[in-house]
Design a protein around this ligand. Structure first.
Ligand SMILES: Cc1cc2nc3c(=O)[nH]c(=O)nc-3n(C[C@H](O)[C@H](O)[C@H](O)COP(=O)(O)OP(=O)(O)OC[C@H]3O[C@@H](n4cnc5c(N)ncnc54)[C@H](O)[C@@H]3O)c2cc1C
Length: 434
């Protein structure tokens, strides 16, 4: 078997919310960085699923923007606010979801592919990008990752790096490296998002759509649904629909395949029922789905510290805090939730600390794990997994890589307080907790 080899200082695995944060933060700091991403574009959930939310950026109680750095920069690049905006009310109307005091939107998820490309390409002095490339194996020796195998159209690449950042969402690198991981039982359901065009909005449309979903469940055509919830993100006659709920474990390749097939089948069943029976859908057509089913949770690291819901709800401060989270405890059930996403009144913590130790595995010294697979309990992660929090963790991981490079150490030896100071010196100060 032919094997290509590559060497870099920092390897970022996965170019989603956390991976963008990590790759851009490391490369801007002057670290030789390589980003590998399994999709043909970066952006993670925003572009692989088509989800426009920048949740976790605003504390709804104070109205403050509580996360500095890349998320706010992206918002300002997409004409959502001035670069120094500090309050929710300073965000452009077109970037706010009607009736929701905290939801901030990217107006166009397709455009976000270009924005992500530009952000990465601007770093090309220090950053190489490899799309259509999946990490598939890890070689660990004496508690360090010595090399990773990445599957590409050019065959397997063997990559060596001082620091590896796992931003795959599923913790693929940490898992393959033998780090302790955990999974919820049951896992939250997956959701395929889809868009329907040429819809004429009519009164009581949502109720009529919901009735069709309920009848589809009763008839055994679909297993579960929520909502249906829909927005008109792209045009006032085009619905972006959140309604699919598929149970399963997306870290099992066969279950993931089945979930993709089920999500597509059930979205077409919903569409065809609505088109036949709901006024306003007469001339509608199915625009697109996916391109990937959305995965809320799979493996989480069981790291040097496990963030808990008690920490989050008590706004516990940590000496090694490197990022700020703020979002409600957002657990989606494996059951039907007609009319709404949630069947409960969610708990909203104020802004809270994420400690560096919750990004570090116990078993491997040159790996940082950022994004939804960081070390947190299931309930804590239901808040700390959201997009902006993941981006902030990624930026902290990129700063850790910079300090590891400077000090010729492994990331596990870097102090969280040093990372925080480095971020602050570079314009990413942590929002102060009272
Ligand atoms: C249906 C759904 C709805 C959601 N709703 C919201 C919401 O409204 N607001 C909100 O803020 N959050 C929401 N979330 C949660 C949020 O989107 C994620 O938790 C967040 O994107 C996590 O960021 P991440 O970078 O860890 O993962 P992702 O953004 O998923 O990025 C992971 C990246 O790694 C890549 N990758 C995976 N495996 C490999 C591999 N082996 N090799 C190379 N690349 C790999 C993937 O292609 C992807 O680009 C939702 C999630 C889902 C699934």
């Amino acid at each position: 078997m032919s094997l290509n080899t590559l060497k870099t200082d920092t390897l970022v695995c996965g170019g989603g919310c956390a991976g963008l944060g990590a790759a851009i933060s490391a490369a801007r700091a002057g670290v030789d960085t390589l980003l590998v991403e399994r999709a043909p574009f970066a952006g993670g959930i925003v572009t692989t699923v088509g989800l426009p939310y920048l949740d976790g950026i605003v504390d709804p109680k104070s109205g403050d923007i509580v996360v500095n750095g890349l998320a706010r920069e992206i918002l300002s690049r997409m004409d959502g606010c001035a670069p120094d905006a500090s309050r929710y009310c300073e965000i452009a109307e077109s970037h706010l979801e009607a009736g929701n005091q905290s939801a901030v939107l990217i107006p166009n998820t397709e455009q976000f592919k270009r924005v992500a490309d530009s952000l990465l390409v601007e770093c090309s002095d220090n950053l190489r990008i490899l799309y259509n490339a999946s990490v598939c194996d890890v070689d660990v020796r004496e508690g360090r990752i010595e090399g990773l195998s990445v599957a590409t159209k050019g065959g397997l690449y063997k990559i060596n790096a001082r620091t590896i950042i796992d931003t795959t969402g599923d913790g693929d690198v940490a898992y393959l490296a033998g780090s302790k991981m955990e999974k919820s039982n049951p896992l939250m359901p997956m959701t395929l998002h889809f868009r329907i065009g040429n819809v004429r909005p009519t009164p009581n449309m949502k109720q009529a759509m919901q009735r069709e979903c309920e009848q589809a469940v009763q008839a055994g055509e679909i297993a579960l649904f929520y909502g249906p919830h829909f927005e008109y993100h792209f045009a006032d006659n085009e619905m972006d629909i959140h309604a699919i709920r598929v149970s399963g474990d997306a870290s099992d390749p066969f279950e993931l395949t089945q979930a993709e097939i089920t999500g597509r089948r059930e979205s077409w069943i919903m569409f065809e029922r609505w088109k036949s029976n709901v006024p306003g859908f007469e001339n509608a057509y199915f625009v697109s789905s996916g391109p990937y089913i959305g995965v809320r949770e799979t493996r989480r690291l069981k790291g040097r510290y496990q963030l808990t819901e008690q920490d989050i709800l008590a706004n516990t401060t940590f000496d090694d805090a490197v990022a700020i989270g703020t979002w409600y405890l957002d657990v989606h059930p494996n059951s039907n939730s007609p009319g709404q996403f949630q069947s409960f009144n969610p708990k909203w913590p104020g802004p809270y600390h994420i400690p560096y130790r919750s990004l570090l595995p116990k078993e491997v010294s040159n790996l940082v794990v950022a994004g939804r697979c960081h070390s947190a309990t299931a309930i804590a992660a239901s808040s700390s997994r959201v997009t902006v929090t993941a981006m902030a963790m990624g930026e902290a991981a990129g700063a850790a890589a910079k300090l590891a490079d400077l000090m010729k150490r492994d990331v596990a030896e870097i102090e969280g307080s040093s990372i925080r100071s480095y971020l602050a010196d570079n314009g990413v100060e942590l929002y102060p907790l009272n």
